[in-house]
Design a protein around this ligand. Structure first.
Ligand SMILES: Nc1ncnc2c1ncn2[C@@H]1O[C@H](COP(=O)(O)OP(=O)(O)OP(=O)(O)O)[C@@H](O)[C@H]1O
Ligand SMILES: CC(=O)N[C@H]1[C@@H]2OC[C@@H](O2)[C@@H](O)[C@@H]1O[C@H](C)C(=O)O
Length: 365
């Protein structure tokens, strides 16, 4: 096991929106963030995206999953080889299927293959151990959010909100001694975030996203759809809880008869309303919600969040963090925690039965 001491760790994440791979260097000992390093992004080509998309819902051993894994490994090897000087790599891979109460969780891409290609030890398969111990296997960024709160010298409870394909919220009390300390973190997925709007834009306008939330800004929110959406049993479950990307098909069906603008407005409001519902679970109120992930570029969504949350809502850039790279940095941080034998999730972040250090380490020959 690695002794205490800081390393330059390279983290990589391929998110549910399937745009590409983010990678970021972090100088960390797994407890503190000592320095934020370089970062880079590699988009998937249309052809690569199609292969990965064909693997959605597939489990290891299935041909479509294997094809997706090869694309994921190649894209990561290409991007990560651009970073000299990494002592360790944290490789999340691409989630193809997530069914924590059933078949488990599946991230495509082998850390063993990557370690071989990069010549650096790789920590990977972060979610399986948590799921095997009865946890949701997600979200895993919360222990990193705790370190971020300490890094920005926060002295009161605050929340981090990630708006990717799915939304996830972490309540953090930076006055606690460590992220695994009782009362330090509470985390869960809030509901769908950008995924339904992206799907709508794709279907109706052949676009990948609602740029800046401009279409949603022109529309009217259909309150009846919103009310029906908020009756979904997910919102009545106590956290921690996590979601698959396509867990809310009825929401997209419910806007089928609306104009493009009204549908975009309604789906955007659904994301904000789900976050507001989530915030009702906070152990104590927060002074601010710091937003990362692509949804922070959607001005309509940010305005709807500010309206629904009784506190300041700001992009993480307001405190000097990089909202596009927070997840990649999180997997760098989690990688060194695995290497040092520190836990990466616990009962209050994934609902797992005890603290767990998820992830396996593969070393090059
Ligand atoms: N300028 C923008 N205007 C509107 N929406 C945007 C903009 N930029 C990004 N987004 C939204 O953010 C999404 C990408 O977010 P992000 O990269 O955080 O997702 P991800 O990491 O793949 O997902 P997850 O965190 O769920 O795994 C895009 O698909 C789009 O919906
Ligand atoms: C199973 C899975 O890959 N979940 C992702 C997804 O994207 C956002 C949300 O859903 C979160 O649960 C998680 O990712 C982040 C990085 C996490 O684990 O914290």
């Amino acid at each position: 096991m690695l002794k205490p001491g800081a390393l330059w760790v390279l983290g990589a994440m391929s998110g549910t929106s399937l745009d590409g791979v983010d990678a970021a260097m972090l100088l960390t000992d797994g407890e503190r963030i000592l320095e934020l390093g370089d970062s880079a992004y590699r988009p998937y080509s249309e052809a690569e995206r199609a292969v990965i998309r064909a693997g959605f819902g597939c489990w290891p051993g299935e041909a479509a999953a294997q094809a997706a894994a090869e694309v994921v490994e190649t894209a990561h090897a290409e991007l990560l080889s651009r970073f000299p000087g990494a002592d360790l790599v944290g490789f999340h891979g691409q989630t193809l299927a997530h069914d924590p109460g059933g078949r488990g969780t599946h991230q495509a891409g082998s850390g063993a293959v990557l370690a071989q290609r990069l010549g650096v030890p790789v920590v990977w398969d972060f979610r399986s151990a948590d799921v095997q111990m009865g946890g949701q296997g997600a979200p895993l960024a919360p222990f990193f959010h705790f370190a971020c709160a300490r890094r920005i010298s926060a002295d009161l409870p605050l929340a981090f909100l990630n708006l990717g394909g799915v939304g996830n919220l972490t309540w953090v009390d930076p006055r606690q001694s460590a992220p695994e300390a009782p009362g330090a973190c509470l985390a869960f997925d809030t509901g769908p975030a950008n995924a339904p709007v992206n799907d709508l834009m794709q279907a109706r306008r052949a676009l990948t996203q609602d740029e800046g939330g401009r279409l949603a800004a022109e529309g009217r929110v259909e309150e009846a759809v919103l009310e029906q959406f908020l009756r979904h049993p997910y919102f009545f479950r106590m956290p921690p809880k996590s979601l698959d990307r396509n867990a809310f098909p009825a929401l997209s069906e419910a806007v089928a008869g609306l104009s493009d603008a009204d549908a975009a407005a309604t789906l955007t409001a659904a994301c904000a309303a789900a976050v507001a519902r989530g915030a009702e679970h906070f152990p104590t109120p927060v002074s601010r919600v710091l937003v990362c992930g692509g949804g922070r570029h959607n001005a309509t969504l940010m305005a709807m969040l500010a309206e629904r949350l009784a506190c300041e809502v700001q992009p993480v850039e307001a405190v000097g963090l990089d909202g596009d790279m927070l997840e990649a940095q999180a997997f760098a941080f989690l990688a060194i925690r695995v290497a040092r034998g520190l836990p990466t999730s616990g009962p209050s972040t994934t609902g797992v039965s005890a603290l767990v250090g998820g992830g396996q380490i593969s070393r090059p020959d």
